[in-house]
Every structure is written in structure tokens, then in C-alpha cells.
Design a protein around this ligand. Structure first.
Ligand SMILES: [Zn+2]
Length: 468
């Protein structure tokens, strides 16, 4: 069969018409390392891992010799199927989750944002309806509340009742209505902290951003965008949010850390506080020199790309394990939209695509430095993101009872171009090749990808995890 699955009836299991799947001969991620093991998958879950002689039921067998099998990857931070400012994002649920699963990502995290027109519960219901039948991988959702009056708190309560466990807060973006001052953020920590919520916080000090922007004379150069969002703003934002979280014992996750100093502050707080952090592949790959190019506006994102010295320091932090996880902040705009503000970088929509690049960039980064790329993927793209989301060990592990989200990898090449998005977007990683091949992906026990491509694009098996 073209998908490499062979049916071997060896009996039948009472009460189940679906054959189980026995994966033989792979190197399986277990207890922090790769080991030779078989995996028995039954009803979408892992039923056994180890040397399995006899499945004792009707099984299909899958030969994984020569392949590493890791828990499906998780990109906790993406913006898809949404509008940002006056732009509709290039990726909808279908294209974003397809790009994900074809690159071994079996769970995506995205955001539902309350606005003055759309209350939180309605925004969540609307997203759930849009996602239904359009997901190639599973979806988790972080809520961004923006109203903190009685009705706002009630709405937050209602969505937490629906199983949402992550709340996003911003220390800036006044014009978009996202801004919360530090006192407000502390009140949110105090009010929701006992609900087992983790707070995802965008940290850039709003006052320092305003001051820096006031000093910019020429907005025609993309570099002005980076000058208007200085390192000091991120560092001050992180420091203030850590202090408030410590006072309230809040569980924190700092998103898209782009500065070594920011990473160090978070590292120092870890003894006293349950705090995790992420950086994104763009901050590890590109520096502000890219903004100086003729087409530099294509690399405008927030926080901005930093100097080459800071990028190298950030890479060192990544290799040393300062970042619990890597996530893309995928925010892809169509080419025409990205070009629309070429002459004034304030008009260029902020954000880069990244979903399809994530495993490849991280694998390359660790391998090139003499590290273990597969270890980095299993730790920083599977286990740690699942823990941060409160989904471990159901997600992020190859263990009995876990969802059978499995990615089968080979790392011998040939090199293939990295592709961040399947939509009409500029490719930031143009020219980069990866020797990491996603040979096969199982989503909750069902093989969905073979040789980096979906078997059946019409068959969308992903689920909204807050619904099941
Ligand atoms: Zn984001």
C-alpha cells in the first residue's frame, strides 16, 4: 500500500471494529531519550510502548525501521484565521493547520480576542464554528480579554468553564484596545490565578515604546520600526510583569522574548515563580541587517529583529536551554498587504510566517552547534509546550494513555526548501534547506501525512481541544 501500512489480522478485540496499529522498529522518544521500541495504538491513544510481541487483536502493522518517532510537535503561538487591524491574515484554519501537520506539528495554539463589538464568549463560539471541519491538526485557544468590568469578568468565567486555561495579556497596543497597565495586569493575576490559568504576556513597556517612537524622524526605512521598539522596552516590560506575577504567585508564560537580557531576567525568576518563556525562530535566524535590505519591510515584526550581536547571544541562550519552548508567533500577511506600507513602515503589518519552518530551523540550529537536534525538538517543541499548556502527558509524550500524535522523522536529507506558509506570503527563510524529513504523521492514531504531504486534503481530522 502506498501509505506503508500492512494489515495483519491476528485476532479481534471485543467491542471494537477499528483495527489497532502496531508500529514496529522505530527509535521512540521515551523518558528523555530515543530507544528502540514498538508502539501499539488503539482507539486514537497509545495502548503500549516497548517490545511488543503479540498484540492479541486485529492490528495493522507499520514499519518504522530507520525512523525516529517523537510526540507530535506543538506551536503554541500562531495567528491564523483572524483579522489584524485592516488586514485579513493570509492563513485560514485550513491552510495554517495543513502547513503545520505536514511539518510534524499536531497541535497549534491560537488566540481569540475580545473587542468592543464582539464579546468574548461570542468570539470563542465564532472561532469554534469557523474551525469546525477545517482543521488538519488539533487546536488550542488562548483568550485575550479586554473588558474588566462586571460583565467582562462574567464572560471570562464563562469561557474558563468551557475548558480554556490560557489567558493572553498585552502591556502595549493601546490603539488596538489590547493594552492593560501593570496594575490591571496584577488584578487579572489576582482574580484568575486560583483558576489554574496560565498567563501569556506580551512584554514591551508602553511608555518606553511611545518615547522611542517620538524620536523617529524618518519612517521610510524599515529599520525605524526596530528603533521604535528598543531592547529597553522589552526588558522593562518583562521586569514589571515578573514583579507583579511574583506578588500574586501567578503562573506565567512570556511570549516571543527577543533579547538575551529578557531571557536572563526570566531565568533568574524561575526559582520563585512558575514562569516559562519562548522565543521565535525569526529572532534566532535574522538580525536587523535584514531590515536594511531593499525589501527589508518583509521582515517587519514585533518585537523587531535585533542587532547581530544580540542575535548571537540569543542563540547561545537557546542552545543553553534558557527558552522552555520555541513558538513561531506565525502572523502571515499576503504579499500585497505586506507591501502596502513600503514607504512608511508604520503602515506595514507586523508579523512573519513561520509554522512550516519551525521544526527545521530548530533542528538545524542545534545540529549546527554540535547538539542533538532531535532531542531539542522533542524537548522544546513537544514536551515543554504540552506542559506549559497543561496538556502533558496527553500531548507531548509517547506513553500509555497519551493521544497517539506521532511524528516519524528521518534526518539524512536530501535538503528541501523550508516553507513557512502555504498561503500567498513572502518566505522569510527563502534559500534555507532542511535535511529533516517528516516521513509520516499520526494524528490521534490516524496516519494523515506521508512523505511531508497530506494523504487526503479533504479529510480534516483536527479538533478544538476545548470542545473534547
Ligand atoms: Zn503573537
Amino acid at each position: 500500500m502506498s501509505n506503508g501500512i500492512h494489515r495483519t489480522p491476528v485476532g479481534s478485540v471485543a467491542g471494537s471494529g477499528t483495527p489497532s496499529l502496531l508500529i514496529r522498529g522505530g527509535r521512540v522518544w521515551q523518558d528523555g531519550r530515543l530507544r528502540d521500541a514498538d508502539i501499539l495504538v488503539r482507539d486514537g491513544h497509545i495502548a503500549a510502548v516497548g517490545q511488543i510481541r503479540e498484540a492479541g487483536e486485529q492490528v495493522e502493522s507499520l514499519d518504522a525501521r530507520g525512523l525516529a518517532i517523537l510526540p507530535g510537535f506543538i506551536d503554541v503561538h500562531t495567528h491564523i484565521d483572524d483579522r489584524i487591524g485592516r488586514f485579513t491574515l493570509a492563513d485560514d484554519f485550513c491552510s495554517g493547520t495543513r502547513c503545520a501537520v505536514e511539518n510534524g506539528i499536531t497541535t497549534l495554539g491560537t488566540f481569540v480576542t475580545e473587542s468592543t463589538d464582539v464579546p468574548l464568549e461570542k468570539a470563542l463560539s465564532s472561532m469554534t464554528a469557523r474551525a469546525a471541519g477545517n482543521l488538519h491538526c488539533d487546536l488550542v485557544c488562548h483568550i485575550t480579554p479586554t473588558r474588566f468590568d462586571a460583565a467582562g469578568w462574567q464572560a471570562i468565567d464563562a469561557v474558563l468553564e468551557r475548558g480554556i486555561r490560557t489567558v493572553k495579556l498585552y502591556t502595549t497596543y493601546r490603539q488596538s484596545g489590547l493594552y492593560a497597565d501593570y496594575d490591571q495586569i496584577e488584578r487579572v493575576f489576582a482574580t484568575l490565578g486560583s483558576r489554574l490559568v496560565r498567563f501569556l504576556v506580551h512584554c514591551e513597556d508602553d511608555m518606553l515604546l511611545s518615547r522611542a517612537a517620538a524620536d523617529i524622524k524618518d519612517w521610510g526605512r524599515p529599520l525605524a520600526h526596530a528603533q521604535a521598539r528598543p531592547v529597553a522596552a522589552e526588558v522593562a516590560g518583562i521586569r514589571a510583569v515578573l514583579e507583579r506575577a511574583e506578588t500574586q504567585h501567578a503562573r506565567l508564560h512570556i511570549v516571543h522574548v527577543s533579547t538575551p537580557e529578557g531571557a536572563d531576567l526570566i531565568g533568574a525568576a524561575k526559582g520563585d515563580l512558575d514562569v516559562t518563556c519562548e522565543t521565535a525562530p525569526q529572532y534566532l535566524t535574522f538580525d536587523a541587517g535584514w531590515l536594511a535590505r531593499e525589501d527589508g519591510h518583509r521582515w517587519i515584526c514585533s518585537p523587531p529583529l535585533r542587532s547581530s550581536a544580540l542575535r548571537l547571544e540569543l542563540v547561545q541562550r537557546a542552545l543553553q536551554g534558557s527558552f522552555d519552548l520555541f513558538a513561531t508567533d506565525h502572523c502571515a500577511f499576503r504579499k500585497a498587504d505586506k507591501d502596502s506600507g513600503r514607504d512608511d513602515c508604520r503602515l506595514v503589518p507586523n508579523g512573519l510566517p513561520g509554522i512550516g519552518a519551525l521544526p527545521h530551523v530548530i533542528y538545524r540550529l542545534f545540529q549546527k552547534a554540535g547538539g542533538d537536534g532531535l532531542f531539542a525538538l522533542a524537548t522544546h517543541l513537544s514536551e515543554n509546550p504540552a506542559r506549559m499548556l497543561g496538556l502533558y502527558p496527553r500531548k507531548g509524550s509517547v506513553s500509555t494513555g497519551a493521544d497517539a500524535d506521532l511524528v516519524f522523522l528521518s534526518a539524512g536529507g536530501p535538503g528541501r526548501p523550508v516553507r513557512s506558509s502555504l498561503a500567498d506570503t513572502y518566505e522569510p527563510y527563502e534559500g534555507m534547506e532542511s535535511v529533516l524529513t517528516v516521513q509520516r504523521v499520526l494524528l490521534r492514531g490516524v496516519p494523515v501525512v506521508e512523505n511531508g504531504k497530506l494523504f487526503d486534503p479533504g479529510n480534516r481530522r483536527g479538533a478544538c481541544l476545548w470542545e473534547i
